[in-house]
Design a protein. Structure first.
Lengths: 430, 257
């Protein structure tokens, strides 16, 4: 009988072993070549490609980007500007200190700051920063004495391997007691900029000494050099919704663009240490914190003309893609075809069979719409698939990278733009 | 004794040959020659050859006295049963023959001897039958043991084959497992989606084959183990029982040795 138990035990062990073996031999999901990676460390988080990386601040402060490294050099502007001046990336709330990833002595403290990786690559990385604060800082203790008054916001950064960073900012003001916060009570001591008015803006700040050539666009056909910012330490030039800054060795350029909503205006600030490209809300006497804007950065290694073309394509919604006969434009909030239209939904529904991607014609006999750079498409299949497989005549190498969201939802990043109306990409489950 | 008897035989032979006229003269002559030759052998104590000569002469002449001579040869050759039968035969052929009294005396002498021999033989045959019966029983038991041993060997051999088969299946599963692991590594690193799809399909097939081989091999090994443990007691093999319980059912597999 003991032997029977032994045999039963052996059989059970065999079954367990078979189960373990089956677990060990699980089917690995498609990973794809990592063009863009996301990693976290004690000092924050990093989105990195072969050419650039965007670092998000860690620690107890606001986890906004605090470094943009291109070709191994941080090109972000870190200012020793006045108390209210821009530094790094974030929100300026002049005359208060800004909300940014750069440490500001005496500025508002982060009550919460949560960085969430929504998409982790290998082609598209998206992080969302949710934060809250209280405007009760050392130099202005009476700015917001009500502890229930907690302004906050979220910023979503969607990064693509070709050097495109799409940013979407939303600000909210949790103020249950309807506390009135006025600029006169919340000003920095040095120097008072414009007393009695709040100047709220989303901004990117860049290291000025690395970009001596600065070009701005008020309209797509009117590039204007504004290299003379250096003569005026606190110069402000309005109305450039798109600027391009060219580095000293002309090996990289950055185009920054904002989509300007009603009641806001783009401005370029020039300080001794940085150039800040802002989208500024119309000044108000009391703090009006509601804010929903978006823009993008484009990193190139050719010239500002190419960078401008990409920026204009974004702001003008020029890129169009015909997917199974329906024309789509990329989401301005995250830069993807099939991206967030503003309600948080994602994905273009495609059938189980083959899906065709092509360019639309401007007129039936005209040329195709322009399409200048890499693009990403968020597709939703009717069932879970292993990986979408695409075909395109003449395409070689890693010309597309599928990125799994879940079994049904896939982002497919295409390296090369569609340039000819005769070009077609077909894509399917297998 | 020998000399007297031979003389009688010779006389009888001659007298008989003279009285009867049935055989051909040439046969008679030949028979007489064989008789003489038989007498010579008889006198030298070579009774078997003498008996042969007398038998030949008897065949040629049908002389009853030669039967008596043959009986004498058997008697001298210590074959009392044959001698007794020959003497009795002689008396049947020639109850008033010249050596009839001699034959009767010999019959009287030989009868108890033959009876004793017969009795001894019967006893010996009885003992032999008993020995044969014991031997047959032993043979039967040995055959049964051999059959059982052969059956045991067959079951052991089958168990061994099953175990070897199970081991081979597990081994094949391990090899397929290794190949599947290699393919899995390739799948995990496939950058090209088309290659991923192709390699994934290969991996799934290899994995399923490996699992199947492992399962079949393990089950076969378990069966082989059961067979090996129960190979010598076929009557005490695995007992399978199912029991219905208030809350469900139980299945038990048990065996003992």
């Amino acid at each position: 009988m003991k032997r029977g138990i032994a045999v039963a035990s052996a059989t059970t062990a065999g079954v367990i072993a078979a189960g373990l073996i089956a677990a060990c031999l699980s089917v690995p999901s498609y990973q794809g070549p990592v063009l863009l990676g996301y990693s976290e460390s004690g000092s924050g988080a990093t989105i990195a490609s072969a050419d650039f990386s965007l670092h998000f601040a860690g620690g107890a402060g606001f986890h906004f980007p605090d470094a943009l490294v291109i070709d191994n050099v941080d090109v972000m502007g870190h200012a020793s500007s006045p108390c209210w001046g821009q530094s790094g990336t974030g929100f300026a709330v002049m005359p208060m200190p800004p909300v940014s990833g750069d440490p500001e002595t005496g500025g508002p403290a982060a009550m919460t700051s949560q960085l969430t990786a929504v998409l982790r690559g290998p082609a598209v990385v998206q992080v969302r920063l949710d934060w809250t604060t209280r405007f009760a800082f050392t130099s202005s203790p009476m700015c917001s004495p009500n502890p229930n008054h907690m302004p906050g916001g979220s910023s979503t950064f969607t990064v693509f391997p070709e050097g495109r960073i799409v940013r979407h900012d939303q600000l909210t003001d949790t103020n249950p007691n309807m506390e009135q916060v006025t600029a006169s009570q919340c000003t920095c001591p040095d120097p008072a900029l414009v007393p009695e008015l709040f100047h709220l803006s989303s901004y990117w700040a860049f290291a000025r000494d690395m970009f001596p050539m600065q070009v701005g666009l008020r309209t797509p056909d009117d590039p204007t050099l504004f290299d003379d910012l250096g003569a005026i330490p606190t110069a402000i030039i309005s109305n450039y919704n798109t600027i391009c800054i060219n580095n000293t060795s002309s090996t990289s350029q950055i185009a920054s663009t904002w989509v300007v909503p009603p009641g806001a205006g783009p401005e370029t600030f020039g300080y001794s240490a940085l150039i800040s490209h802002d989208l500024q809300k119309s000044p108000t006497q009391t703090l009006d914190f509601s804010w929903d804007v978006h823009g993008a950065l484009f990193i190139t290694h050719t010239d500002c003309t190419a960078a401008f073309r990409r920026a204009i394509e974004y702001t003008q919604q020029q890129a169009k893609l015909v997917i199974n006969g329906t024309t789509y434009t990329p989401s301005a909030l995250d830069g993807m075809f099939g991206g967030d239209p503003g309600d948080g939904s994602h994905g273009i529904d495609v059938p189980d069979g083959r899906t065709t991607l092509s360019l639309p014609l401007i007129t039936p006999d005209g040329p195709p719409a322009p399409f200048t750079s890499s693009f990403a498409v968020w597709l939703r299949f009717p069932r879970e698939i292993d990986v979408p497989v695409a075909t395109r005549a003449g395409a070689v190498g890693a010309w597309y990278v599928p990125q799994r969201i879940d079994g049904r939802n896939w982002i497919v990043w295409f390296r090369d733009p569609l340039l000819q109306s005769t070009e077609t990409i077909t894509l399917g489950p297998n | 004794m020998i000399g007297r008897t031979v003389a009688i035989v010779a006389t009888v032979t001659l007298a008989t040959a003279t009285a009867r006229a049935e055989p051909e003269p040439e046969a008679r002559s030949q028979a007489a020659g064989h008789v003489r030759q038989g007498q010579a052998f008889f006198q030298r104590g070579d009774f078997d050859r003498a008996l042969g000569e007398y038998q030949t002469a008897l065949d040629l002449s049908a002389e009853p006295s030669l039967v008596f001579n043959i009986a004498l040869c058997h008697d001298r050759a210590n074959r009392p049963e044959a001698a007794l039968r020959a003497f009795q035969r002689y008396l049947e052929l020639a109850p008033n023959g010249s050596v009839a009294d001699e034959a009767r005396a010999d019959i009287a002498r030989l009868t108890p001897i033959v009876e004793k021999i017969t009795a001894d033989r019967a006893a010996q045959q009885g003992r032999q039958r008993e020995v044969d019966a014991q031997r047959a029983e032993a043979d039967r038991r040995r055959q049964a043991t051999l059959r059982e041993a052969a059956a045991d060997n067959r079951r052991t051999r089958i168990a061994r084959y099953v175990l070897v088969g199970g081991g081979m299946a597990v081994g094949a599963g391990a090899i397929t497992h290794f190949v599947a692991s290699q393919t899995r590594d390739r799948v995990a690193n496939d950058g090209d989606p088309q290659h991923y799809v192709t390699d994934r399909h290969s991996f799934v097939v290899q994995r399923d084959v490996a699992i199947g081989l492992y399962a079949a091999g393990t089950a076969t090994l378990a069966v082989g183990l059961v067979l090996a443990l129960t190979a010598h007691r076929a009557s005490e093999g695995p007992q399978l029982s199912a029991t219905l319980l208030p809350g469900g059912a139980a299945m038990t597999v048990a065996w003992s040795r």
